[in-house]
Design a protein. Structure first.
Length: 513
């Protein structure tokens, strides 16, 4: 065999197409023992359509609140439900007592009472009009949240909107609070960090909520506060937060805090004795403490409601869309059968697939941007992928960044392993079925069952999904998490059931007799 020629040609092909460990092989065991090898490229058509995603899996510590109407896609509304975390072995200090015998003190509270109670909704970013007038309402849940992370959750299963007692507060707000003076907005600590945190604050009843619901219950049943489960089961199941007025702003909520203001003695750290002022009076102070907060340790669920215009847009035949959040994916049917029939005895070096998006110039001040990152994944795998918090394997799942290779394009440079994996799975399934059937084997019937069975009918389909990707802080090339994109965005893509087909570019090598 002409080893030098073979090595040179293979090196050129691998270098040009970046195959490395993503190279797929079809029929490698059938290669003839000849040194005449040639490289080829062929193109297959790929049909696409818009796929309506009525909900997506959203395991996130960010809550979304607000309403935004788009002239093309109609409105969508965002709201969320969240539990509040109670730290393990939570404690509220006792009232201060002095022991004259030991000359030591215990506790630090001045009185066993609450001065004020608040629920504070903190956010740092938003989408849309920062000065838009909105109104936020907060309701107490009367049923424990289930671990339902999908965005079609029905909040009314967890609170009673007809019960006035469930409404904890209602308040007008704008994302940018113009009433906050610059002296507060831009104040910094000793490290130069801003101390102001944008928020919407709700005043709760000091006595009824702060003392009777929290402090008194803690004194009588401290076991209810030993961890978050006990707290949620016995004391406070959580809140539902929504915007019931205003259109044009979506807040990205970082956390929700339940705070109580208590009065404390200044205490000597060694003896526990309350300190005195120079005039002999007690040295005391009031402090607003965050006792419970929404954190990643407890359940949080976002609800997104889209107008029916989403379905109307998805029916357009001359192109497709991707739209977030919980809106539209693009489905592509890959020509595995044709590739296998044409290239079964060849070696796949690279399979390239690109999704081109139409350029757009919006005349609206607050328009949705183009999703930055997308996931390409087998349709049959996409639910399990997010539910299991998976990351890409570059076999059946891939990511691409908008414009990373060509402007206005999502490019997947090499999905050869996806092609070979799917073909091999079907061939193996057929071989096993034929072996089991024996002389009664009916290939046409098996093919019909394969193409219609719920478990296998989507074997040749992939979805293009807007996602957010997180990377290792110490290695920017290492992906640590992939979640459905929950921020507003969309792209209009070339293709569609009646539009021009996408092109799947397949590069392969062939040994010729």
């Amino acid at each position: 065999m002409n080893v030098r020629f073979l090595g040179t040609l293979l090196l050129a092909v691998l270098t040009f197409f970046g195959c490395d460990d993503t190279t797929g092989t079809l029929g490698l065991e059938m290669l003839p023992g000849d040194d005449n090898i040639s490289a080829h490229t062929t193109v297959y058509d790929v049909k696409t359509r818009s796929f309506v995603a009525d909900s997506v899996y959203a395991k996130t510590s960010t809550g979304y609140v607000g309403k935004f109407s788009d002239p093309e896609f109609g409105y969508y509304e965002a709201s969320f439900l969240t539990e509040l975390n109670c730290t393990d072995h939570f404690e509220i200090p006792e009232v201060y007592k002095y022991d004259p015998v030991t000359q030591t003190g215990t506790g630090s509270l001045v009185k066993d009472s609450v001065l004020a109670a608040k629920l504070v909704v903190y956010y740092s970013t938003w989408f849309g009009d920062s000065l838009n007038a909105c109104r936020m309402s907060v309701y107490e849940l009367d049923k424990k949240l289930e671990k339902n992370r999908y965005t079609n959750i029905d909040p009314e299963e967890y609170y009673n909107r007809f019960n006035s007692a469930s409404l904890l507060g209602r308040k007008a707000y704008s994302a940018y609070d113009a009433t906050v003076p610059d002296s507060i907005r831009y104040a910094t600590d000793i490290y130069g960090e801003y101390t102001y945190y944008p928020n919407v604050s709700f005043t709760l009843d000091r006595k009824e909520f702060g003392e009777d619901r929290i402090l008194k219950v803690y004194r009588e049943h401290p076991e209810y506060f030993k961890n978050s489960k006990a707290f949620i089961d016995n004391v406070f199941k959580g809140v539902y937060i929504k915007s019931d007025y205003g259109d044009g702003t979506i807040l990205y909520i970082d956390r929700v805090d339940l705070q109580l203001q208590l009065c404390f003695h200044y205490i000597n750290d060694t003896t526990g004795v309350a300190l005195k002022k120079q005039d002999g009076t007690d040295s005391i102070y009031n402090s607003m403490k965050t006792l419970f907060a929404s954190t990643k340790e407890v359940i949080q669920a976002n609800e997104f409601l889209n107008s029916d215009m989403i379905k109307v847009k998805a029916e357009e035949k001359n192109h497709t869309y991707i739209k977030s959040p919980a809106g539209i994916f693009t489905e592509a049917q890959l020509p595995y059968e044709a590739i296998h029939e044409d290239l079964a005895s060849d070696t796949l070096n690279a399979v390239k697939l690109s999704f081109n998006n139409y350029s757009r110039v919006s005349k609206y001040e607050f328009s949705m941007g183009i999703p930055s990152e997308v996931l390409l994944i087998r349709k049959q795998d996409f639910k399990e992928f997010f539910e299991s918090n998976n990351v890409i394997d570059n076999v059946t799942s891939y990511t691409a960044t908008h414009g990373a290779v060509v402007a206005n394009q999502y490019t997947f440079e090499n999905i050869a392993r996806l092609v070979t994996t799917c073909i091999e799975e079907k061939m193996e399934a057929k071989k096993e079925a034929q072996k089991a059937a024996g002389s009664s084997w009916d290939e046409a019937a098996w093919e019909e069952k394969w193409s219609t069975d719920e478990a296998t009918k989507d074997w040749d389909k992939v979805l293009l999904i807007p996602v957010t990707v997180t990377y290792d802080v110490n290695n920017s090339s290492t992906i640590t998490g992939i979640q459905n994109d929950l921020k507003p965005g969309y792209a209009k893509l070339q293709g569609g059931e009646e539009g021009d087909a996408l092109k799947l570019e397949v590069t392969y090598t062939r040994f010729n007799n």
